[in-house]
Every structure is written in structure tokens, then in C-alpha cells.
Design a protein around this ligand. Structure first.
Ligand SMILES: CC(C)(COP(=O)(O)OP(=O)(O)OC[C@H]1O[C@@H](n2cnc3c(N)ncnc32)[C@H](O)[C@@H]1OP(=O)(O)O)[C@@H](O)C(=O)NCCC(=O)NCCS
Length: 160
């Protein structure tokens, strides 16, 4: 098994990252769950909403987003932010294209970000994910690096 190569993302990766967002969060994202529950909201399909949520913050600055290349293809991406005041690194959106799940790519992405946090001298790391079966892979990925549960949440919605 070849190991994924991690590098900082650039503009040319955006199309691949968008493909990964749509494929990896199919059925998992709150935007998709809202659409399944209520139909397309305000004529904006969940894919477009999810892409905007993930990529909205990066605009010109790609310094906090990495891609993983695997067999010559952009197979995954991962983002992070830093809360300097509290010496805490926050793992952000991360995903691997489902065609390439289970080959260690997601793990390499998290390992890379935790390495950056440690290099920066941060003391704590946080990440959020779902408790449902569809997020079992994400939970396992975080837990294998040492994350342990902090708090649990539920997301509600209703018609008005
Ligand atoms: C989470 C995700 C990035 C993992 O990517 P990946 O490349 O498949 O990860 P890896 O191959 O490194 O596997 C990581 C670990 O999870 C385990 N795993 C993967 N899928 C699993 C599942 N459905 N149930 C239980 N464990 C699972 C793997 O066995 C591995 O553990 P191990 O090293 O002890 O064997 C990928 O599943 C994904 O994109 N999910 C959808 C988006 C998402 O949930 N993102 C993160 C939350 S925002």
C-alpha cells in the first residue's frame, strides 16, 4: 500500500476537493439531512450548501487546508484552525473520497494536523463528529490518535 502524500492545497485542487465533499458527505451532512427531511431548501441543493460551508472560509488563504495525494490523485483533504489564546488546535472538516476509504489516507491527514499542532506548541486538540453509524470511521480515526469523548450533542429541527 503506498502512503498518501500530504501537501498544502491550492486553487487547482478546488474541483477535486468539491468532488470529495459531495461524495464523502452524501447522507452524512446536516445539509443533506435537512433536504431529506424537508425537500430542497430555498432552491439551494445540499451539495452547494456543504461546499460553501467547507470552503467558504478559505477564499484566498489555503494555508490551513491540506490535500492527500494517493496514486496520483487528490484523494482527501483536511482543515484546521488554532485557538492560540487557549493553546488549542481544532481539527476542521476532513474527508477522503469514498472510493479510497480504508487505505489509511484519513489517518495520515489527522496525523499531519496533530503534528502541526505539536510543532506550534499547542497543548490541546479538539474535533467534533457525529455519533451515528455513518460517522463510525471518523470516530475511529480520531480515537486511534488519542482523542477521547468530551461532550455529546444532538441536532434538532422542526417546521415553523
Ligand atoms: C473519516 C474518513 C476521513 C476516514 O478516511 P479513511 O481514509 O477511510 O481512514 P483510514 O483508512 O485511515 O481509517 C481510519 C480508521 O477508521 C477505521 N474505519 C474506517 N471506516 C470505519 C467504519 N465504518 N467503522 C469503523 N471503523 C472504521 C479504519 O479501520 C481505521 O482504523 P484502524 O487503523 O484501527 O484500522 C472517511 O471515512 C470520510 O471521509 N468520512 C466521511 C466524512 C467524515 O465523516 N469526515 C470526518 C468528520 S467531519
Amino acid at each position: 500500500m503506498s502512503k498518501a502524500n500530504i501537501r498544502i492545497a491550492n486553487q487547482a485542487d478546488l474541483a477535486a476537493i468539491k468532488d470529495i465533499i459531495v461524495a464523502a458527505w452524501d447522507g452524512r451532512s446536516e445539509d443533506h439531512l435537512m433536504e431529506k427531511k424537508y425537500g430542497v431548501i430555498e432552491n439551494v441543493p445540499w451539495q452547494q450548501r456543504m461546499i460553501a460551508s467547507v470552503l467558504g472560509g478559505i477564499a484566498e488563504d489555503f494555508s490551513n487546508i491540506f490535500v492527500a495525494e494517493f496514486n496520483g490523485r487528490v484523494a482527501g483533504f483536511a482543515m484546521y484552525s488554532v485557538d492560540d489564546k487557549n493553546k488549542t488546535g481544532i481539527v476542521g472538516y476532513n474527508a477522503v473520497h469514498p472510493d479510497m476509504w480504508g487505505q489509511g489516507i484519513g489517518s495520515v491527514q489527522i496525523e499531519n494536523i496533530l503534528g502541526i499542532f505539536r510543532q506550534k506548541g499547542l497543548k490541546y486538540a479538539k474535533v467534533m463528529t457525529g455519533l451515528d453509524e455513518l460517522h463510525a470511521g471518523a470516530r475511529r480515526t480520531y480515537e486511534k490518535f488519542g482523542f477521547t469523548p468530551l461532550a455529546t450533542y444532538v441536532a434538532y429541527s422542526m417546521n415553523l
